[in-house]
Design a protein around this ligand. Structure first.
Ligand SMILES: [Zn+2]
Length: 426
């Protein structure tokens, strides 16, 4: 007669794997899984899941299957041979088991200049209770927690009643082609937990983000004749001021208690500006690239319209810009917002598991960045939630790192989630 593992049993099983967990995460970090180069790391992860006896397959992200999907963003990285890992821990039936996806992304962002790092970005070094390296926090810690949670439960003799799917996807940082490929291929469950770095907060809602490019025209002339030229940089400056005002107004008019900072729900950032070629030439062209935040429950069409109208208003009031209107394009990452109701079963169960394993109720919080959550909620008809180890403030940084203790805690809560959500198999 099997007994469902209790809190103490789950915690002890995870604790006994602490060294394995550290070793596995370090090895994962040592695979430089930059966009388009995720495959070695994916094989390593797939091997681990296969060793645990999961039915492990490699699922390609094929451009032909994705390109007409409304949620598809072309990240410009060739698709050939970019495989996702999907591993099934088969449910044994019985009880009222519900299926669960534990999802994570293997791609990491570039390291910046490696000399700025204390150790190599791919060292996986351990310093002061933290594992360091690009991707350690975002989100190889989460992928590790997903896999080790299964391993820990297996050590207790637990078998789920309903299927658990572990997914490790490519291309999340640049638009989500990996998770979208799994959805297009028909992988579904009753809920998905994405173990992104949320500092173990339960995050049921994400803002969206739309990459845009703005072209501003001017008229070149020798700077000594400036009044007869038009500076594209100075025209852009006016447009930028209006966009900043728009960003503030959108936040003043929006309320959502899940966001800690009401002024930072859907930020707008200009991240690239290219203009001019000579100090004493009035610049005749400027190209700016940025990301325009989408508020939760706002449509992307509405967000695009808000920016376009803002730019039109500035142009209408300026004789030069009226005749030479700035040109706005949307390109690459186009992340919709996504949301799961806070009173839904997956949020309630996960929160209860967090409390059970860690001794206090979790904070519920909205996140300001795009993630694959929206693909599950908007395009797979599934409730989904972000919950995992690491602080997003440590993601994408020099000397990125994650606290080992937090990875262990996440592993316990995720193991508990599988037990409570999927049920004990017959
Ligand atoms: Zn991430």
């Amino acid at each position: 007669m099997r007994t469902t593992p209790d809190t103490t049993t789950i915690a002890a099983a995870v604790e006994s794997l602490r060294d394995d967990l550290i070793a596995f995460l370090r090895r994962l970090v040592q695979h430089p899984s930059l966009p388009g180069h995720e495959q070695q790391a994916q094989r390593f992860y797939a091997d681990k899941l296969a060793t645990l006896g999961l039915e492990t397959q490699m699922v390609p992200a094929l451009l032909d299957e994705l390109k007409d999907h409304p949620a598809f963003c072309d990240d410009g990285v060739p698709f050939h041979d970019r495989l996702n890992v999907v591993a099934r821990w088969p449910g044994r039936g019985g009880g009222t088991g519900r299926t669960l996806i534990l999802n994570g992304h293997m791609d990491v962002v570039p390291t910046g200049s490696a000399e700025l790092w204390r150790d190599s970005p791919w060292s996986g070094s351990v310093r002061q209770g933290r594992i360091c390296g690009r991707g350690a926090c975002d989100m190889k810690a989460g992928l590790t927690a997903n896999a080790l949670a299964v391993q820990a439960l297996q050590a207790t003799g637990f078998h789920p009643a309903a299927d658990v799917l572990l997914e490790s996807v490519i291309g999340e940082e640049s638009g989500g082609a990996g998770t979208l490929a799994t959805i297009v291929r028909g992988f579904r469950a009753d809920a998905a937990v994405i173990s992104e770095p949320t500092r173990l907060r339960v995050c049921p809602v994400q803002s969206g983000a739309l990459s845009f490019r703005l072209h501003v025209r001017g008229r070149a002339i020798h700077a000594c004749m400036k009044p007869q030229g038009v500076s594209a940089i100075e025209k852009f400056y006016r447009l930028l001021e209006a966009v900043q005002e728009l960003e503030q107004r959108r936040h003043r008019e929006y309320r959502n208690p899940l966001y800690e900072d009401p002024q930072n729900v859907a930020p707008v950032n200009v991240g690239v500006v290219r203009a001019g070629e000579w100090p004493s030439t009035v610049p005749d062209e400027l190209v700016a690239e940025g990301r325009f935040g989408v508020l939760p429950r706002e449509s992307t069409a509405n967000a695009r319209r808000a920016l376009a109208e803002c730019l039109d208003d500035v142009a209408a009031a300026d004789p030069w810009l009226r005749d030479h209107p700035p040109r706005l394009e949307w390109f690459e990452g186009q992340f919709e917002p996504g949301e799961t109701a806070t009173d839904s079963a997956v949020i309630q169960t996960l929160s209860a598991c967090h409390q059970e394993m860690l001794g206090a109720p979790p904070r519920l919080q909205g996140v300001t960045y795009g993630s694959d959550l929206r693909l599950f909620t908007n395009h797979a008809g599934m409730p989904a939630v972000l919950y995992g180890p690491g602080d997003v403030a440590d993601a994408h940084t020099v000397d990125e790192s994650v606290e080992i203790e937090e990875v262990v805690q996440a592993t316990k809560a995720l193991a508990c989630m599988m037990v409570r959500w999927c049920g004990e198999g017959a």
